[in-house]
Structure formats: structure tokens, C-alpha cells
Design a protein around this ligand. Structure first.
Ligand code: GCU
Length: 385
């Protein structure tokens, strides 16, 4: 029967480095016409658009950029947990297209002390424990510590635009604003919808007198880390993009098939990526790209990855390789001091280079204060450069 065939196809994840296949990656700098890409102009006019187009059609699907109108409305629904140090703004963003509309919520904390405009950190939240996106935490979204360090910080819940479920992910902006995307093999899916929402938050920041939107940071953990990377590839307004433990379909090289594979992610989360991505189930080597090409779509804007030792499902080594290979766009095209010199096995501390950074910490899959603390050192260094 079909069920038993499917069950048979489900393989145990591989966690043994010795069983990782020999990986042959498509070259970042070889254009589809067979030309070696060397200059910024060749990169931006030829190769970057080719790679972007491949990710859009084969991996993530489209993020539509058009709509008819948008408005911002400040509401007051919850108590500010930090009245001493921060002002809380709760904003409903309503977007209209073709006679329909959708409203999404963003929550923004602004420092009370110091003089703005403030740099801003946006976290794309998806955890069920914060369903309304309002609750704050000392680690996952450490609002108080970010405020103390002079940042404005905002968050929205992914489900404010697309539910994180196979059955209902279209019941947000996809069916309301962009119904023509449904059924297209490269159409808008949940990651694209979440990324679209981050762009609307940025639209709000750009017109906010107390926010320095040129100093913006986009942060995502795991599934929203994958989202953050694709968002920033679509939207050049983010100065720094941070993907924590984003693993398969994010930071990690798919061809390694270590931990989560393309087949495993598409089977469990068929609504995250473009339908085309399924063509590569158990055929990673047929991909015309791999995840090492993703940081280059964000370059020369800063990119940061982090991993956790016990988070084998996300393939820490594959994440490091994705960034260290991808950083060649920063160093070879944009002339940044961004060459990763250490092997993954030899890493002894964070690697904070020019516009590219990485750390790995002990412990499990999570976004922790330790991750934030080390990442914020990279942020200060980047804004000083
Ligand atoms: C699952 C999924 C991962 C994802 C993770 C998360 O484990 O397989 O791809 O990154 O959830 O979002 O926490």
C-alpha cells in the first residue's frame, strides 16, 4: 500500500560524519553561461540574480512585493512589562490588495533613556508559548537586556500572517491577499508569508522618528532563522541578519544529508517551502544550488549564524560550512576581511569577521541569552566598522 511505501521511504537520520556523502557543490562564482564571476558588477548583474532566481523557484517560493495600500494603527491591549525602562507600542498593520485586507500585529519596545533614533532588532517569533507575540522572556526575546544596551526591539508572531500548520497555513495573507499564488510550484508559502510580515514591520520602522532603520537587525531561530535568511535575500533594508540554529533549508548544506534531510523537512512541513523543493527529496545532489549560496544573496550586508553542539538535527558542521563557503562572496567580491581560517573541529570560540560571524555553544536547540550575548558583540563590532 501507499502508506507502507511512504513509511519505508522514511530513513533514520544520519548522525555519523563517516557516513556523510562526498559533497560536490555547485560553484558560487560560475555563471549559468559558464563565465567566472569576479567583480561586484558581474556579481550584482549576473550571478546574484541567477542564484536568487534558483532559490526562489526551487526552494522557498515567491514573496510578492505588491499591494495597494497599508496603514499603521497604534492600539493598547496589554500592559507594558517594563514601564521603567521602555515604552511599548502595539501596532496593527493593515494591508489592502484587490479589495481585500489583512491585519497583522507588531510589538515594539523603545528605550526610555538615551537619545534616539535607536537601532532596532526584530525577532520573528513562532513559539506557541507566546501566541500573541506579547510575552517577553529573559532569553528567547530578552527585551530588558536589549533595551538596556540601547536597542529598540520588536517582534511579531509568525501566525499573525500564516498559521504554522499544513491544514491552515493559507488562512492568512496567502488566501486573502495573494490567492493567485496558491497551487503554483514556486508560489508563496509560509516562510515567504512570514518574511513578508518582517518587511511590513520594516515599513513601520522606516517612518518611525525614534528608529534608525539603517541600523536594523533581523533575527530568527530555527524555522524563523531559515525565514530570516530568505527575507533578507529579498529585502536589502536589513543591515544585519542573524539565523540561530536554522539547519536544513537554512544555514546547513543540504547535500550532507546529516540530521534533517530535504525529504524529512518536506514531509513534515510541506507548507514551508515551494512545492518545487520536493523534487529534491532524497535527490539533494540534483539541486542546482546549495545553502552555501544563501549568505552571498545578503552580502555585503552582515550575516551571522550560530549553532548548538547537541543540536545535531540542524547539522552544526553543515551550518558552519554553509557560512564559511558562502563568506567567499564577502571576501572575494566585496573585499571584506571575511575568510574563515579554522576547520569546524578546531573552533575554540566565536569567529567574528568583517560582516560575517559565527559561534557554536554547548547545549541544546534553543535561542538563549548566551547566543544573544555573543551575537551582540558582533553587532557592536559591525556598527563600529
Ligand atoms: C523542526 C524542524 C526544523 C526546524 C525546527 C524548529 O525540528 O524539523 O527544520 O528548524 O523544527 O523550528 O524549531
Amino acid at each position: 500500500t501507499l502508506t507502507s511505501l511512504t513509511a519505508m521511504a522514511q530513513q533514520e537520520p544520519n548522525y555519523e560524519e563517516s557516513k556523510v556523502p562526498a559533497v560536490v557543490l555547485p560553484d558560487i562564482f560560475l555563471s549559468e553561461k559558464g563565465k567566472w564571476i569576479r567583480t561586484i558588477e558581474e556579481w550584482e548583474k549576473v550571478r546574484r540574480p541567477e542564484i536568487f532566481q534558483l532559490f526562489e523557484s526551487e526552494v522557498y517560493g515567491k514573496i510578492p512585493k505588491d499591494f495597494d495600500s497599508m496603514n499603521f494603527e497604534k492600539v493598547k491591549e496589554s500592559l507594558n512589562p517594563y514601564p521603567e525602562s521602555a515604552d511599548l507600542e502595539e501596532i496593527n498593520i493593515t494591508v489592502r490588495r484587490n479589495g481585500k485586507y489583512h491585519t497583522m500585529r507588531v510589538n515594539l519596545f523603545l528605550p526610555k533613556s538615551g537619545k534616539g533614533p535607536f537601532p532596532v532588532i526584530l525577532l520573528i517569533n513562532y513559539l506557541p508559548k507566546y501566541p500573541d507575540g506579547k510575552l517577553v522572556d529573559e532569553s528567547f526575546w530578552p527585551v530588558k537586556k536589549l533595551i538596556e544596551r540601547g536597542f529598540a526591539t520588536a517582534s511579531f508572531h509568525a501566525e499573525t500572517v500564516a498559521p504554522d500548520l499544513t491544514e491552515s497555513y493559507q488562512q492568512g495573507i496567502i488566501s486573502t491577499l495573494y490567492p493567485e499564488q496558491i497551487g503554483q510550484p514556486n508560489g508563496l508559502k509560509a516562510f515567504g508569508a512570514w518574511g513578508w510580515a518582517a518587511m511590513r514591520a520594516m515599513d513601520y520602522f522606516e517612518q518611525h522618528p525614534q528608529i534608525d532603520s539603517k541600523k536594523s537587525v533581523l533575527v530568527g531561530h530555527s524555522r524563523t532563522g531559515k525565514t530570516a535568511l530568505w527575507t533578507s535575500a529579498n529585502d536589502p533594508r536589513w543591515a544585519i541578519t542573524y539565523a540561530n540554529e536554522s539547519g536544513c533549508g537554512g544555514a546547513a548544506i543540504s547535500r550532507r544529508k546529516y540530521g534533517e534531510t530535504v525529504e524529512a523537512i518536506n514531509r513534515r512541513f510541506p507548507y514551508w517551502f515551494a512545492d518545487n523543493f520536493r523534487k529534491y527529496n532524497e535527490r539533494e545532489e540534483a539541486l542546482p544550488l546549495d545553502q552555501h549560496m544563501l549568505p552571498g544573496l545578503i552580502a555585503p550586508r552582515a550575516v551571522y549564524y550560530s549553532s548548538a553542539r547537541e543540536d545535531r538535527w540542524a547539522d552544526p558542521k553543515g551550518e558552519y560550512l554553509g557560512l564559511s563557503l558562502g563568506s567567499r562572496v564577502f571576501s572575494e567580491i566585496y573585499g571584506k576581511k571575511a575568510v574563515f581560517e579554522q576547520e569546524f573541529e578546531a573552533l575554540s570560540g566565536p569567529v567574528h569577521l568583517e560582516s560575517v560571524g559565527y559561534h557554536i555553544r554547548e547545549g541544546k536547540h534553543d535561542l538563549t541569552w548566551e547566543d544573544w550575548r555573543i551575537f551582540l558583540e558582533f553587532v557592536s563590532k559591525t556598527y563600529k566598522e
